[in-house]
Every structure is written in C-alpha cells, then in structure tokens.
Design a protein around this ligand. Structure first.
Ligand code: C2E
Ligand code: MG
Ligand code: MG
Length: 595
C-alpha cells in the first residue's frame, strides 16, 4: 500500500509524466502540470471523467477505478481522446483527509498513425507484432515503470523511517500512542486469522508526581525508563508503549490458563515492573496499578477495548492502588451508571429532587431530642435511591459538591426553622463538604444565609470530616474559628476510624466528637472496642468536648454508650432519617411520649 498523497505530492509535482489523484467519487483532487497540459484545462479539480469523456468511456474508467479502490494496482491502456491512448498505472492511496483514493501515473500516451483505429489497437498490435515499434514502446514504458516504482519505494522507505521517529517516545525509547495503534491493528488482524485472543493493558505509576517532586524530573524520567524496560521484558508481552505522562499500554498474548491464573500472572507482572528502582545512590520505591481488557471477549473495536482497559485501571486505582484488575462488563455498568448520575445531577439539583431527610439526635440520659442531622436523599428516576456517600463523591468529581450542600442547606433552614421556633429541637446539624472548609469566604457567606433565614448561629452545628482538615489545617482553622466565634457548634464526624489527629483536636475549636458508627457496631464483637471508647471519652473530657455516638441500633449499644458518659446519640433504634413531613410527626409524637 502506498503512502499518503501529501507525502508524495512534491515528487509528483516534479514528475514529467502526467499524474492525477481521485477520490472514491471518481473526482480529481490532484493533478500535476503535465496532467493539466494533457487534459488541456486547469479546471478539472472536483470534476469527474464525465466532464470530459463520453459515457461509455467513463464507465470503463470507473470499473477500472473501483478495482483500485478495492486495493489492487493496475496497468492499463485507456482511450483518453479520439484515437489517443494512455498507458496508465493506478495505485490505491490515502488522501489527506484519511479517506481512500487512487493515484494514476500516465506513463506514456500513444497516438497511432491510423487515428481511425479500433480502440483495441494497441493490445492487438502488442499481440501480433512483437518486434514492432510498439514493443520498443512497451519496454520503454516498463523501464519507466520500474524507475517509478523504485522512486515510489524510496519515498515509501523514507516515509517509513519518518514514521519510525513519529512513533517513538523519546524519553523511554518505547513506541508512543501512534505506534501502539498500529500494533493493535496488526494484533487484531493476527487474532482474526489465528483465533487467539490477546490482552490490552494500561499500567499507571502511582503518585508519580511525588517521585518527580522528591527526586527531580530526571530521576522521574529514569523511573519511567526502567519500568518501561521491565514491562518489555515480560514474557508474552509483544508491544509496550508509553501512553503519555506516567501511563503505559501493552499488548500481551494470553496463555490458555484460565482467569484465576491469568490474574495471578498479571499481578506478578505488575510486581516485577514496580520493584524499587535504583538511581545513583538512592532506591526509589515505586508502585503502580494496571487494568486489562481482552480481545475479542470484551470488545472487537480497538477504541472500545482500550476504554475498557482504562476503566479497569481506574477501578483498580479507586480500590486502593497497587492492584491489577481485569475488565468485567459489570465494571462498565458501574462506570455507565456513575457517568449517568453525574450527567443528571445538575438537573436534579435545579428541580429540587435532592432533599434533606432528618435524623434525631437524643440526649443519652434524659432521652429527649436535642437536634436533627440533615442527610441528603436523592431517588434517581432510573437507579432508585442513590447512596449519599457515593452521591457526594460524584458531586465532588464534577465540582458540584458545594452547590449541592448549599441547596440541601437552604431547604433544611426553611424546614427546620419552625421546629426551632417551637422548641421541638434545639439545633440543626449539617454536613459540610471538605472543600468548603478550606474556602476563605465560606464562613461569612454561611453566616449571612443563616441570618437571612432568621436562624441564630447557636442553633447550628456543622459536621466536618477529619480527613477534610488534614490537608490544610490552617485554612480549616480560619473557617472554623469564624463560625465558632459566631456561635456555630463544630463537630468532628466519623471520629475514631481515620487519622485521629491529636493536633487537630487541640487546635480546632471543636464542640463535639461524633464516634464513627463502625466503632459502635463492633461493640460486643471486639473486646478492645469497649476499652477504646472509654479512652476516647477520657480524651473528650480532657479536651472539653461532648461525644455523640452514631449508629445506635440496639438497646445494648445505647445502654453502653450512656454508661461510659456519651452525651448524645443517634441511630435507627430511635429513628431512621425521615423526610421533613414525617420527621415533623415523629418529633411531635416523641415529645408527647417523653412528657
Ligand atoms: P454521616 O454524616 O456520618 O451520616 C451518618 C450516616 O449513618 C447516614 O448515612 C445515616 O443514614 C446513617 N445512619 C444513621 N443511623 C444509623 C444506624 O443506626 N445504623 C446504620 N447502619 N446507619 C445509620 P447516609 O445518609 O447514607 O450518609 C452517608 C454520609 O454521606 C454521611 O455520613 C455524610 O458524610 C454524607 N452526607 C449525607 N448527606 C450529606 C450532605 O447533605 N452534605 C454532605 N457534605 N455530606 C452528606
Ligand atoms: Mg454527619
Ligand atoms: Mg458520621
């Protein structure tokens, strides 16, 4: 197959022979000077044979052209005018827009003396008079053809070495995306004829930025080189490319060993590629994740296949990095679902479909209701109730978490105001997204909104996650100080599972610690948990903060947390989170019951 028209144009322009190129609509899209002279006009581009030739001749050209579009080369004599014949070589060609076409080189034109001759004159003469002048012409043609083929070959090999360069990644010496695409194409063709499947994998260096930051970019490059080399050394792997940044792609044969052993082998390969890298005197610890999809089982389209390998990689990273994952169509369903949820989110917010539910928070000793926590709820029209933790994860990914919080908050202010006014509850507890805590003007705009609803800051508690403040303690501190100074209570949510950062406990203006529900759940099954809770109570006393136990589902749990001095509790034992109207009924009923 000949290279692209663009590469050959310069050479064609300089050729003494008429040369033209056509697209599959048989329209001329290129012609050199000699062709223009032959055809006698410069106005042929975009036109087809029917502009210059009678229809029966046009049909002959088109039949010929179609054979060439189908991938064949041809050498033919064609009548291009009354009694004028051309020996034309046609070859398939890639056009500048990537589509298919043909290039034709008219090697010789022949005007026999007998201009009334039959169009088959040349072939007849060739057949009958081997010694004739025609034979001389034929040998001249074939010599010229040879020369031309030689020149075309030169061009093609030049093109190949340019391609080689264009297909190589300079940092690692591996091929790049362009090269990889070509290898993938070859692998697919091979698989179609042998029936053997193969794997496409994406491999990604975990936290590569940190390697660059810590050891410098040159060391980072060396790490990529070593990892790339190790990947190339793996048995069965027949193509490795640097996909870009810290990502590699590879093609691997798949020995027929079953899925479990395949995954094992894949994991071993990952471990080999990510052994520590020696660099001068330092030893750089590296880790990486990988995802694989299988041709033709997962997909036959290369792009789809790569997308699946990428999804597998993404899921491997999400499930904790340093892992391999082989694509499974369930993964794709998960991904589709997540994408759909993110797509529907703005509309759902605009339509007020995401609403707060309320869960009561009770005093452990008096059993009276003190507050309610607002918890976002969204029932998606296709997927049903969306888990709030997932909802906020996705909202964070599309930078909508702040807006979502704000809209839930606004509804909550409105709905909780009457309960506050009627002393049904004394405070509203709100979960705040991590990025808001870091945001400079969050505290003031929060307080302004509150004032607009006529709610005093003393009636509000904001719940923040410990993980949200470890990133930038100072920024969090500023926001929380402002809120606290205005009278807002601050609670550290899900305490006891995460970082348990003492510094944060000491530096932040905390009022409450919310014990994570997993601790409460482990009571009675893990002997140490009781002790741990008791010591957290001691810590809380020393810091002068109140403790709230979450996830109370049984009487035993409620009795225990009360006995160790927890101040407040919340959980299904009292009530699940309920929509505003139902919580309203629950609160009134409960007050009567306690009274
Ligand atoms: P969280 O703030 O720790 O909320 C407590 C979670 O425990 C809620 O889950 C609640 O429904 C659940 N829960 C309450 N009592 C029990 C119980 O007795 N047993 C069990 N097993 N679970 C109980 P939910 O509503 O699924 O929310 C999950 C997390 O999503 C919340 O954890 C919070 O971090 C986040 N979230 C929910 N709504 C919002 C919101 O409006 N804004 C923000 N930023 N985050 C929210
Ligand atoms: Mg909470
Ligand atoms: Mg919690």
């Amino acid at each position: 197959m000949i290279a692209a028209l663009e590469d050959l144009r310069q050479i064609f322009d300089a050729l003494p022979y008429p040369v033209f190129a056509k697209n599959t609509k048989h329209q001329w899209i290129y012609g050199n000077k000699a062709f223009e002279q032959l055809i006698g006009t410069a106005d042929y581009l975009g036109k087809d044979d029917s502009a210059f030739f009678p229809m029966d001749q046009v049909k002959v050209f088109r039949t010929e052209d179609r054979r060439v579009f189908g991938g064949e080369e041809s050498l033919n004599e064609e009548e291009i005018g009354k009694g004028l014949f051309a020996l034309t070589r046609k070859m398939p060609l890639t056009l500048p827009d990537g589509s298919f076409g043909l290039v034709a080189i008219i090697l010789a034109t022949l005007q026999p003396d007998n201009s009334e001759a039959d169009p088959a004159w040349i072939s007849e003469t060739l057949r009958r008079e081997p010694e004739s002048q025609v034979q001389h012409l034929e040998s001249t043609w074939s010599k010229r053809t040879e020369e031309l083929v030689q020149r075309l070959n030169d061009v093609e090999s030049m093109h190949m070495s340019t391609l080689q360069i264009a297909r190589t990644d300079t940092t690692t010496g591996l091929m790049n995306r362009l090269g990889f695409d070509a290898e993938m194409e070859k692998a697919i063709q091979a698989s179609q004829s042998t029936g053997k499947s193969f794997g496409v994998a994406f491999i990604d260096v975990d936290l590569f930025k940190q390697i660059n930051d810590r050891f410098g970019h040159a060391a980072g490059d060396r790490v990529l080189k070593v990892v790339g080399k190790r990947l190339s050394e793996l048995p069965d792997v027949f193509a490795v490319a640097r996909w870009g940044g810290d990502e590699f792609a590879l093609l691997t044969e798949l020995p027929n060993i079953g899925m479990t052993r395949l995954i094992q082998g894949f994991e071993e390969a990952r471990q080999y590629a990510f052994m520590p890298v020696k660099d001068d005197n330092s030893r750089i610890t590296v880790s990486g994740s990988a995802g694989m999809a299988i041709y033709p089982d997962d997909a036959t389209d290369p792009e789809e296949l790569m997308r699946y390998a990428d999804i597998a990689l993404m899921m491997a990273k999400q499930s904790g990095r340093g892992r391999v994952l082989v694509f499974d169509h369930k993964l794709n369903e998960t991904e589709k679902r997540r994408t759909q949820i993110m797509r529907d989110l703005p509309d759902a917010m605009a339509k007020g479909e995401i609403v707060p539910y309320y869960q009561p928070i009770l005093c452990t000793t008096k059993r009276t209701v003190r507050g309610v926590e607002a918890l976002a709820r969204w029932t998606h029209k296709e997927f049903g109730p969306i888990d709030p933790a997932e909802l906020f994860d996705l909202a964070r990914m599309c930078a909508l978490a702040s807006d979502l919080d704000k809209s839930v908050r606004t509804m909550a202010f409105e709905q909780v105001k009457p309960w506050l006014d009627n002393n049904l509850v004394s405070y509203l507890s709100l979960n705040i997204s991590p990025q808001d805590i870091m945001c400079e003007d969050f505290a003031n705009s929060f307080l302004e909104r509150l004032a607009a609803f006529g709610i005093s800051p003393e009636h509000i508690c904001v719940e923040i996650l410990e993980s949200a403040i470890v990133g930038d303690l100072e920024a969090a501190q500023a926001t929380l100080e402002t809120l606290s100074a205005a009278g807002v209570k601050i609670a550290l949510d899900d305490y006891g599972t995460g970082f348990s950062n003492l510094r944060a406990l000491l530096d932040l203006p905390l009022d409450n610690l919310k014990l994570d529900q997993s601790l409460v759940r482990s009571l009675g099954t893990n002997n140490k948990v009781g002790n741990l809770l008791v010591s957290i109570m001691e810590l809380a006393k020393a810091l002068d903060v109140r403790v709230i136990a979450e996830g109370i589902e049984t009487r035993l749990q409620s009795t225990f947390v009360t006995s160790i001095g927890c101040d407040l509790m919340q959980g299904y034992l009292f009530s699940a989170p309920l929509p505003a109207a139902q919580m309203d009924v629950w609160l009134c009923d409960y007050r009567e019951k306690v009274a």
